[in-house]
Write a protein that binds this ligand. Sequence first.
Ligand SMILES: Cc1cc2nc3c(=O)[nH]c(=O)nc-3n(C[C@H](O)[C@H](O)[C@H](O)COP(=O)(O)O)c2cc1C
Length: 222
Amino acid sequence: MSSHNTTSEPSLPIAVIICSGRQPRVGDQITSFVLRTIQSTYPTSSLTLIDLLSWNLPMFNEPTIPSQIHSSSDYIQPHTRAWSEEISKYKGYVFVTPQYNWGYPAILKNAIDYLFNEWKGKAAMVVSYGGHGGGKAAVQLKGVLEGCRMSVVERMPGLHFPDERVLGVAAVGGELSLEGEGAIWGEMEREEIGKAYGELLGLLWEKEKEKEKEKLGRVAGA
Ligand SMILES: Cc1cc2nc3c(=O)[nH]c(=O)nc-3n(C[C@H](O)[C@H](O)[C@H](O)COP(=O)(O)O)c2cc1C
């Protein structure tokens, strides 16, 4: 899919999600890097940072299967209502996830499983990171998001920690070199992120056009 030109069209609200909740961590630094990279390529994008750590959701504790719920007021837990209202605000999501034991973190699965219709029909993009770029986590996450009926961008940038030293720094949540001279990632990674985001915008606008067509069809048929 070609990348999308945003200059002539209003920007759609998109959440960029920090998917690591451990302390210490580097997920916050890496997600900010992804966000800055997107913003530099698409300055008019409307991006909001969501940090799963600050949401502090307990293990899933709703009595009703989320796919059967169509209004946030039907959840019994106040934290689910708040999470539902937050996720409902966005048309698309950029998940920035580490790889834990070849999968993605439990905090992320828990946050996804709380909801269903809030995700359904939306579009998503996955950026992973890890010793080998976290590609196994990305593939698993893509499958789960598709299970929630989301359209997921095929291109999934994987950010590799370049050597053992950086892996060690990341393990203890140390400061990663992400900008300027000696930065661990450069033009290649930025370009991959930019291209994936372009594809996400493409998916989003296709969805908007479909909705518009449906609306016009309803008016014509009324
Ligand atoms: C529980 C756990 C499992 C991990 N498993 C993997 C793995 O499968 N592959 C990998 O490349 N790195 C793995 N790592 C190393 C992480 O990539 C690295 O610690 C990174 O900093 C985690 O991201 P975070 O700091 O944002 O949580 C693992 C780390 C943790 C805490």
